[in-house]
Every structure is written in structure tokens, then in C-alpha cells.
Design a protein around this ligand. Structure first.
Ligand code: SF4
Length: 248
């Protein structure tokens, strides 16, 4: 029986996939070490469980949910786990989405070819044209090229696609959002929903990032206006207000 490095489950969420009631399954492990990671407890170590335990949870909740969202960590670090969960969810007529940093391009391509995924939430952490900045934020190397390829594959596939940038003033701030929006327009995905997500300091250990680095609601709206110069569907997500469509 296949085992999964398992991080946890949120049995019912209406915020991870807008308009859907979803169960969120967190998988452990990630090749990145983003300084603002809110799930750092999933990055190291392991907690292996049998796939049948996850299947049981899905079965228990299937009457109350429309979808399963697989999150992490980086889910595609465990391709067999993602495939197994997706197949099981689909046998119960549930939709499947994955929240990903986009690093494992060939794995994602293969899963999309097998029609295992209905929607991808793809992190865009920095301008795709700025490889150095991207690597610095992710604390990994060769990231921007991988994400760019993943973006192209997802945008060609017949699936839902949403792009998400987590922002902090001194990490991914005004200039980053401007650069990202321009790069996304150049990549031909100007119509794809783009969510500017307010970074949260309370989940980051050791006060590495200060409260002053968090954008206020008004500042996020200004960021959205900058993104809208290039993109057609810009949203913001805040810890207090959830997701708002700012420009459409
Ligand atoms: S990609 Fe996501 S899970 Fe991985 S380190 Fe960065 S924020 Fe954390």
C-alpha cells in the first residue's frame, strides 16, 4: 500500500476555491524555503500515512463538499500521492484542484494529460523575467524558468487557472507586482484571475517579518490598480475580508 507524507486536513473550506465547498489536504515537503512560508512545519520531517486513511476522510465528507484541494508544502513533490488522491476524489464525482509553486513542470504536465486535475492555483512569487529575485524569494535555483513553463502548460490546458502572489512590502512589494503583471500579460494570460494575497506575519516564526511589512487594505487596492494596467481580472485577498474582486 502506498504511503503519503501527510500534513493535515481541513475538512470543509469555502475560501480555498471560491464558489466551492472543498476539503483541503496538506502534503508535506517542499523544495523551496520562502522566508514568508506559513506552513513551515510541513517543510521538514515526515509523517507517513496510508493512502486509505486519506480516502476514508474524503469518503466521510463527500456529501458536504464539491471538491478536494491538495495543498502543501508542495504537493507535486509527491506525484503518486496527488494522483492517488485525485483518482479517488474523481471516483466520487468530486472536482480536484492543486495549490502549487509550479516547480515540477513535467509532473504537472503529465497529471493534466491524464485529466486528473480541474484547477491549478499557481504561485507567482516574483517577476518571471527576474530569475535572481525569484530564486532569492524561493531560496532555490532555476525557479523562474520552471514556473514560466508550468504557466504555459496550464494556460494551454483546458482547466481552471488562478495566479496568486503573496505580498510584503520589502519582499514582494510594489515593484514586484508591477513586474509580475507585465510578465503575465506578455505570457498571454491577462484574462486569468490574478489574486494579490496579503502576507500574514502571525504564522511566520521568530518575527522574521514585521507587522509594518504587511500591506493595508488601501495599499493592496493600489497594488491591484497597478496590476490592472496589464491584467483584466485582479483580486485581493486579505486575512480579515477574504477575497474581493477589485478590477474585472
Ligand atoms: S513554496 Fe509554499 S510551501 Fe514551499 S516554502 Fe514557499 S510558501 Fe512554503
Amino acid at each position: 500500500m502506498h504511503k503519503i507524507n501527510f500534513g493535515g486536513i481541513v475538512p470543509f473550506s469555502t475560501i480555498d476555491w471560491r464558489g466551492k465547498a472543498a476539503m483541503v489536504i496538506f502534503l508535506g515537503g517542499c523544495p523551496f524555503r520562502c522566508v514568508y512560508c506559513q506552513n513551515y512545519n510541513l517543510l521538514e520531517g515526515s509523517n507517513y500515512v496510508e493512502i486509505c486513511e486519506i480516502e476514508e476522510e474524503i469518503k466521510k465528507n463527500k456529501a458536504f463538499i464539491d471538491a478536494v484541494v491538495i495543498s502543501g508544502g508542495e504537493p507535486f513533490m509527491q506525484p503518486r500521492a496527488v494522483a492517488a488522491i485525485a483518482k479517488y476524489a474523481k471516483t466520487h464525482s468530486l472536482l480536484v484542484a492543486v495549490q502549487t509553486n509550479g516547480f515540477y513542470t513535467t509532473v504537472i504536465e503529465s497529471m493534466l494529460r491524464r485529466n486528473l486535475i480541474d484547477k491549478i492555483f499557481l504561485d507567482i512569487k516574483a517577476p518571471l523575467s527576474d530569475e535572481e529575485q525569484y530564486d532569492r524569494i524561493a531560496e532555490a535555483s532555476g525557479v523562474a524558468r520552471q514556473v514560466k513553463n508550468t504557466l504555459a502548460i496550464c494556460s494551454d490546458a483546458k482547466i481552471g487557472l488562478e495566479l496568486v502572489t503573496t505580498v510584503f512590502k520589502h519582499i514582494a512589494g510594489v515593484e514586484a507586482v508591477k513586474g509580475i503583471a507585465k510578465d503575465l500579460e506578455d505570457a498571454g494570460v491577462a484574462n486569468c484571475p490574478y489574486v494579490i494575497q496579503q502576507g500574514r506575519v502571525e504564522l511566520i516564526p521568530d518575527n522574521i517579518i514585521k507587522e509594518e511589512d504587511v500591506f493595508s487594505l488601501e495599499e493592496l487596492k493600489e497594488l491591484a490598480a497597478l496590476a490592472y494596467v496589464h491584467l483584466n481580472d485582479v483580486r485581493i485577498r486579505t486575512r480579515d475580508g477574504g477575497e474581493e474582486v477589485i478590477y474585472f
